[in-house]
Write a protein that binds this ligand. Sequence first.
Ligand SMILES: Cc1cc2nc3c(=O)[nH]c(=O)nc-3n(C[C@H](O)[C@H](O)[C@H](O)COP(=O)(O)O)c2cc1C
Length: 194
Amino acid sequence: MSVLLLAGSPSERSRSAALLDAVSARLRAAGATVERLQIRDLSPQALLLADTGNRSVSAAMAQVARASALVVATPVYKAAYSGVLKVFLDLLPQSALKDKTVLPLATGGSPHHMLALDYALRPVLQSLSARHILPGIYATDAQVTLTPEGAYDLVPEIGLRLDEAVTALLQERQRMRPLAAFAPVAFASVRCSY
Ligand SMILES: Cc1cc2nc3c(=O)[nH]c(=O)nc-3n(C[C@H](O)[C@H](O)[C@H](O)COP(=O)(O)O)c2cc1C
């Protein structure tokens, strides 16, 4: 199973990206293949002008196409998700998330906008044909604390919720595995019961 971690913050040092780091460690420990895509690393001009022929943008779109599941992390900006994430999602084809499972994550300055994942991001993921969108996880800045070394630490409650979310993601992919192929049965061999 290959999972793409999509980082939607424009900031280099990012709390929402710290949630992705924690998810990444859990997925790798469970044997999943994990790729990461930082939207801030893509050409800003290509993103803004929807230049899908740009190398960095087309490579990013190919990463989305390859993944069987996505974990999408964003900061809350003005009661919604980041503009950086929006310009990238706008470039994707309408069926970009078809057959994919998505886990949305967000961090925000306060708990007031915790529903932004549901009222803002979820409909966009749905419009991209996501097969299954798992319940999102929202952490406040106070729950993603800065250590003296400059790293981010998660409070245990968020760690536990990420444990559950990763388990749900892996179980969902397991459940969606295509059924083992079986040989076709000739019509003449079909028996009816009376
Ligand atoms: C431009 C801007 C707008 C923001 N708007 C909100 C907001 O509406 N609600 C909120 O709870 N936090 C808001 N915040 C705070 C960020 O969501 C919060 O600090 C988040 O953890 C940053 O994530 P990041 O470090 O991954 O960028 C805003 C921050 C910025 C820079």
